[in-house]
Ligand binder design. Sequence first.
Ligand code: FAD
Length: 451
Amino acid sequence: MNAVLRDFDLIVIGGGSGGLAGAFRAAEHGARVALLEPNLLGGTCVNVGCVPKKAMWLAAEVAGRLRMARDLGFDVAEAPALDWPTFIAHRQRYIANIHDSYRRRLDANGIVVAPMRAHFIDARTIECMDGVRLSAPNILIATGGHPVRPALPGAELGGVSDDFFQWTAAPERVAIVGGGYIAVELAGLLQALGSRVDLLVRGRLLDGFDTELVEQLGEDYRHAGVHLQFGHRLAAVERDGEGVRLRDADGGLSERYDRLLFATGRAANTAGLHLDAAGVRTDANGYVQVDARHATNVAGIHAVGDVTADPALTPVAIAAARRLMDRLYGGASAVFDAQDIPTVVFSHPPIGKVGLTEAQAREQHGDAVRVYRAGFRPMLHALVNSPQRSLFKLVCVGEERRVIGIHLMGEAADEILQGFAVALKRGITLDDLRDTVAIHPTSAEEVVLMR
Ligand code: FAD
């Protein structure tokens, strides 16, 4: 019979964005917390997601700037190349600092960390891989998700985003399969870092983002040299020496690629958790089912982040976990507000949105919708005569023209959107924007100058 440790108020399974945020907040309220994490602290975001991705995106931005610098008259090499090992050393040092900071905060908060995988024994008890059992009145499932390859012959010859972060050089020729944000981000940054990128898309790019902006982004990608193939039906992957060729559904064989990446979706990390032992329900897509309070169907068991069907974004996992702990241990009652979550894709240039797209708005509000646009070349691109364009769009509704959607595609969109997301959430109108004095000359001013 295994001994059961009952010293905890809360057990957190998973030390990624949601799990860490939940553990810290609960401990700050005085709860005794145990956290199970078999891999690196920080989970997907810190180790194989947002952080290393943004680092690579920044490197790609610098590469683009160096090319523009040359065109502007700076004495810069024809095609400045990145030494990946040097850059990766900087990237990983940055990530190691995050690990250290988490470790210090966990210690300071008295959180017990077990570097182990865990699974349920019953609704109050989990077992670690070493056989130790822990029991607590509250358990938080925050085990995140993982990338999945399509079920195709030869699919194992392609990598996924986790593999990308192990690369130590840019491949000369790379195919990326997928049209979601990870596919678009990796395609943009690899092209900017010198690869020749084919982006193979089954449907459209960036479902859920404004169609016009996505079309303009596609144009910008084409100008940057990305080969976009729409309606692509991949049937099989075949080995060709160290590289691969792709067989499509009509039997056609592609040219040879040095590398292949699948960005074709992610699935919840529930295998091995023995959710059935606790009676926790999952939905048809395998996500842990939660209500607006992030409670599962079993009292005392909650779930946040990518293991649920919530939008797969780090700030969403963090906010949901903090609200939950504020309710469980801090006497608060507020639930996570899932309305108007701003989100940015780190494409080149970035694209971001908050609120409804034009199509969603028209579905909900019909003819009461008014749309305002600003298409322009950002100043630096105009100076170097680059064809890259920006497109900003406001979606408004009703007589008072309340702003219900803000869509930005272009340089600095990633940094501009956050402030305007606050404004949208506060219920501003088009006149509020127009009454705001512009900051000139910037891209951001286009948001308050739209006619
Ligand atoms: P995770 O961060 O995945 O953490 C889950 C943890 O649980 C993992 O560390 C895992 O080891 C652990 N675990 C799993 N099973 C067990 C078990 N049985 N026992 C114990 N521990 C277990 N989001 C953004 O907001 N902005 C971005 O720019 C962005 N870019 C991204 C880029 C990529 C390539 C990817 C893949 C994701 C990106 N995301 C981004 C999404 C973001 O990373 C996730 O939404 C976020 O990490 C989810 O947090 P989480 O806590 O739910 O899961």
